[in-house]
Design a protein around this ligand. Structure first.
Ligand SMILES: *Cc1c(COP(=O)(O)O)cnc(C)c1O
Length: 398
């Protein structure tokens, strides 16, 4: 097999034509600003699609998370329970506000925050008032269990649905389970604005505050009057044009992502691997990224340092790093599983809570990081190309 001439991406933007029409409209009408019809329409369409009352368009998912943390009233030194196996943007906004992230281990059923570990965390750190739960790779967390535990302990929930737009849990869209919820339109997400994000909520006052904060907290006065600290976090009307053009294609993107996931699943039958799991009886992921986990018995020796990785190749066995290096040789982009937050140097002093309590020994998020990887999941990848990629992955087990 030879190297692919065109790079196969992990997940790249897929445009459809309407995007440029709405960008052009912004230009023609001169709403080259953070006000305009594209913003209004993108917000309206997302409310309709997700089933929430208010959507506030912002410059990124990270800025939406920041304002969600601010809305939750986090004060300097406050503990906040956060998913451990997630992208750093889930957690960093807690630190922007002076909070102290405490990481909650994953479970094996969805790879997301473990409700049992969360309950343990409330025992160890009673009085914690905020929980940020992410839906990794487009698979909903055990949202009923998690929200019930939070309610019992009087804690607010922020749902980080940046990766899971369009996924449902018990028939309800993700991005509606928290008091405040966040979606992202970053370039690699299921639909994109090139960048951008939204804060979703049913709370009118919260939405009003976020609109004000995101546009520099100007008071209603003849001059620039400020009674609160403001931010320049509002979405551009040009970006909103891209988002507006993409929203009608969300379902199509999900269908294509799901077909990719199913093709991998079928193609890997007989290999000592499993795909990123979900429970089809209660949830429908958006299948943003297809991932695989190598059975322990099929793992060759692998060492993951802070900045580099090593492994010892062994017949009949492999490891994520060997597979990723092999894919790279064929011009195919894969990626390691997101490195757990508690292993990041910036968070090395923050606690990680497992089912057994404060961590001792390996935890589930670490195990998934060690044995898992993200497969190319680009919806422009043809089934022929995907079949070849499946063969490349298989060859690593020889
Ligand atoms: C992408 C992402 C974000 C951040 O969104 P941006 O729009 O890139 O700022 C937050 N959380 C998770 C889990 C993400 O994957």
């Amino acid at each position: 097999m030879t190297r692919f001439e065109n790079k196969v991406w992990l997940s790249s933007p897929t445009m459809h034509g309407d995007e440029i029409k709405y960008i052009y409209e912004a230009y023609e009408t001169n709403w080259m600003s953070t006000i305009g019809e594209n913003i209004n329409e993108a917000e309206r369409l997302i409310c309709e699609l997700v089933g929430c009352k208010y959507a506030v368009a912002l410059s990124s998912g990270t800025s939406a998370l920041h304002l969600a943390v601010k809305l939750s009233g986090v004060q300097r030194g406050d503990n906040v329970f956060c998913s451990d196996l997630t992208f750093s943007a889930t957690v960093n906004p807690v630190v922007y506000e002076g909070g102290n992230p405490i990481f909650i281990d994953s479970e094996y059923d969805t790879w997301n925050m473990d409700p049992v570990a969360l309950e343990k965390a409330f025992e160890l750190y009673p009085g914690t008032k905020l929980v940020i739960v992410a839906n990794l790779y487009g698979t909903p967390a055990k949202l009923d269990e998690i929200t019930a535990i939070c309610e019992k302990h009087g804690a607010t929930v922020i749902e980080d649905a940046a990766e899971s737009l369009g996924a449902t849990y018990k028939g309800k869209q993700t991005g509606t389970f928290g008091k405040y919820n966040v979606i992202s339109f970053n370039g690699n997400k299921i639909i994109t604005g090139s960048s951008g994000g939204m804060l979703l909520t049913d709370d009118f006052e919260a939405a009003t505050k976020v609109r004000k904060w995101s546009t520099q907290s100007r008071e209603n006065a003849p001059w620039y009057q400020h009674e609160e600290i403001g931010y320049n976090y509002r979405m551009s009307n040009v970006i909103a044009g891209v988002v507006r053009g993409q929203i009608p294609y969300l379902e199509d993107h999900i269908a294509r992502k799901k077909a990719i996931y199913e093709r991998y699943k079928e193609g890997f039958k007989g290999l000592p691997v499993t795909m990123n799991p979900y429970n089809p009886a209660i949830m429908e992921p958006n299948f943003w990224l297809s991932c695989m986990l190598i059975d322990r018995k099929a793992m060759c020796k692998q060492a993951l340092g802070d900045l580099e990785a090593h492994y010892i190749s062994e017949p009949g066995k492999t490891c994520p790093i060997e597979i990723l290096e092999t894919l790279e040789k064929y011009n195919v982009e894969g990626r390691p599983i997101w490195k757990p937050m508690h292993l990041q140097p910036i968070y090395e002093n923050n606690p990680i809570i497992t089912r057994k309590g404060e961590k001792s020994g390996i935890c589930i998020s670490e195990d998934i990081f060690y044995r898992g990887l993200c497969l190319p999941s680009d919806i422009k990848m043809s089934s022929d190309v995907q079949d070849k990629i499946i063969d490349i992955v298989k060859s690593c087990f020889n």
